[in-house]
Design a protein around this ligand. Structure first.
Ligand code: MSK
Length: 656
């Protein structure tokens, strides 16, 4: 197709990743336009960037940019209805929280529905893999795991209930969390006691997952909530309903059905594709389908079918968070993160890109038109309007058959490649799969005969603190660059890093997910801990919904003792250096109201409303112990996190 961009991105200025640079250069040689080129040609709207464009009714859009000279005296800016910049920016922010929480939670709802079908034995393709985890979470849903029965002599005996009966009851109660109208979501009580009590005191414990999202949409309708404090309070309910509700339920039920991740080895970057194999990329977020494609692609008759078409086998690789899901559970390779999706197709080696929901760029259909790749959409919620995509709808009752159909479509496309593909050689080895259960095993208890509790190492200062660094790539920011600068700066200062999403992939490509990287990148204390325990200094915890694992890891650290009574007492900070999706805003907000200082890079659409920004960046600390921040420079970004960690260490009386 003809390139529409008048300007071209400079590949070397677009990414720090060699495979990305090579493929962007190839795309330009092939006259294929990508997001990198459009980012050079198209500048963002200055007013939207500030958060002060209101388009919630047809009297606008009302645009309220900050005056060039700044605000002198009273801020008199108003929309037609009188809405202040604060109201406008808070409503826009709230709608991002609602969309982000909805995306995660709808994912979770889908998982809960399949879980319930599996518990009722309504499908042959899914079952209960991790019984232990089911038994651990059942009490959180007030589901008994044992039953009292009469013994042979009339005595009372406690015996285990049937595991599928427990699963069914958990499934029903979990699914009920979406439509619940009153009371509290179950998982709020998983937070440290002090946090749960604070939420109750502030009246922000979510009543039901959907209810809080819908209420944001109502409150932000024209002429409803016009107090940014009150709007933020509703953001809090919806965001807790995401992190501690929809996302956490998704993570838990996926673990039960597909297995809780434990450390495993994998490989990452476009170099995982193979010239002489059928290459299938699964891209998106939900593991329900990709788990079945894993099974289908390994079936002997599928491999034989691939050979009958001249291929030597099948490579199944992931992209974005689907990649994290199959990597952490099966060790299957990752082709790349968000900004590499078009470039994977540019290799000419991808026979099918199978997509479900979230973070799928519409332009992959245009790029695929230039090569032979088949784009297969699978979810009724997410289709692409293009004559060249194929829709094979995925139904959990027929999961394996659907997956086989998809794999067969990819194999049939192998002979259609346009000549020799160009696959970059770059790929890295990594160790992944650090669920909080795995972290607890490695750093929370005894391991290799030594006692290495995480808390002791934080108290004695070998580990200065914990950084949760997560989130997307953003075409307005050099690909992977801010991610790596922030993470390396934290490691150098003995801050252990927990990661998910596209940050995890950036770290993997740069070699930071290998245990050997500890001696290269870490300060002496953290290097010693990692080398002794045999873990990487950056712990890959999974996909976007698995940020709930970070909440649980923080809760475990509080419960282990010695570091205060609440998450807000911990020497810890959060970061999303290259965020772009609305989900990131929901994640950021649930971290903040869980007590975490959370820094975003790139920019936040709040700067045009100074009082609202002050509320998020300063006043929330007095309410929740955590607050937002936005620092674009990645070095300064990391330093701010370290300063916060040191402030918390001092408050705990450490380092005296
Ligand atoms: S995939 S939400 S770009 S992390 Fe979860 Fe990456 Fe952000 Fe999508």
């Amino acid at each position: 197709e003809e390139s529409a961009s008048t300007k071209k991105a400079d590949p070397k200025a677009s990414s720090v990743d060699i495979a990305t640079i090579q493929m962007l250069a190839k795309a330009q040689r092939d006259n294929v336009e990508t997001i990198f080129d459009r980012a050079v040609s198209m500048k963002p709207c200055n007013i939207g960037e500030q958060g002060t464009c209101c388009k919630i009714c047809s009297q606008g859009p009302c645009r309220l940019p900050l005056p060039k000279k700044g605000i002198e005296g009273k801020d008199t800016r108003k929309g037609l209805c009188g809405a202040t910049p604060e109201t406008i920016a808070a409503r826009n922010f709230a709608r991002m929280v609602a969309a982000g929480a909805a995306a995660h939670s709808d994912h979770g709802r889908g998982v809960a529905e399949v879980f319930l079908t599996a518990a009722r034995k309504g499908t042959h393709d899914y079952g209960i893999k991790d019984e232990q985890k089911l038994l651990e979470i059942a009490p959180d849903f007030e589901v008994p795991t044992t039953v009292i029965v009469d013994g042979p002599n009339g005595e009372k005996i406690e015996q285990m209930r049937d595991i599928y009966d427990i699963a069914e009851e958990v499934g029903v109660k979990a699914l009920g969390q979406w439509g619940q109208q009153d009371g509290e979501i179950y998982n709020a009580k998983r937070a440290p006691k002090a946090r749960y009590e604070l939420w109750r005191k502030l009246d922000v414990v979510p009543r039901g997952i959907d209810r809080e999202i819908v209420e944001i949409m109502h409150r932000t309708h024209m002429g409803v909530d016009q107090d940014y404090h009150n709007i933020v309070k509703q953001c809090t309910r919806a965001a807790i309903g995401d992190g501690w509700g929809g996302s956490m339920i998704a993570t838990d039920l996926q673990d039960i059905m597909f297995g809780t991740p434990y450390p495993t080895q994998g490989e990452i970057n476009l170099g995982v594709l193979k010239q002489d194999h059928v290459n299938i990329i699964v891209h998106g977020h939900e593991p329900l389908l990709s788990e079945m494609i894993v099974v289908a692609s390994q079936l002997p008759d599928m491999v034989d079918y691939a050979k009958s078409k001249g291929a030597h086998g099948i490579v199944l690789a992931g992209m974005c968070c689907t990649a994290n899901e199959i990597l952490c559970r099966h060790g299957l390779p990752i082709a790349g993160n968000y900004l590499q999706q078009e470039l994977a197709i540019v290799t000419g080696a991808v026979d099918a890109m199978v997509v479900d929901v979230q973070c799928i760029m519409e332009n992959i259909a245009n790029v695929a038109d230039c090569y032979h790749t088949k784009i297969i959409t699978t979810n009724p919620r997410a289709m692409i309007e293009s004559g060249h995509t194929t829709h094979i709808e995925f139904d959990e009752h027929n999961a394996l058959e659907d997956a086989k159909k998809i794999v067969k479509t990819a194999i049939d496309n192998f002979p259609n490649r346009h000549g020799e593909a160009m696959i970059p050689s770059a790929k890295e080895k990594m160790v992944v799969g650090f669920s909080y259960e795995a972290i607890n095993y490695h750093l929370g208890g005894t391991f290799r005969g030594s006692y290495w509790p995480l808390n002791d190492n934080i108290i004695n200062g070998r580990i200065r603190g914990i950084g949760g660094v997560v989130g997307c790539n953003n075409a307005r920011s050099m690909h992977d660059s801010a991610h790596l600068t922030v993470v390396k700066e934290l490691l150098k200062n003995d801050v252990i890093v927990l990661t998910t999403g596209c940050n995890a992939m950036a770290c993997g490509k740069a070699g930071l997910l290998s245990p050997e990287s500890a001696k290269v990148f870490c300060g002496p204390g953290l290097a010693e801990v990692c080398e002794t325990v045999g873990i990487p200094p950056v712990l890959h915890m999974g996909s976007c919904v698995d940020n709930s694992r970070i909440l649980m890891a923080a809760t475990q650290v509080v419960k282990a003792g010695g570091l205060g009574k609440d998450i807000s007492d911990l020497p810890a900070a959060g970061s999303a250096p290259e965020w772009m999706s609305e989900k990131a805003i929901s994640i950021g907000h649930y971290f903040v109201v869980s007590g975490v200082y959370t820094v975003f890079g790139v920019g936040l659409p709040v700067t045009g409303a100074p009082r609202f920004q002050k509320h998020l960046f300063e006043e929330l600390e007095g309410i929740y112990g955590g607050m937002w921040d936005m620092i674009v420079d990645p070095y300064e970004h990391a330093q701010a996190m370290i300063r916060h960690i040191d402030k918390k260490r001092a408050a705990l009386g450490l380092d005296k």
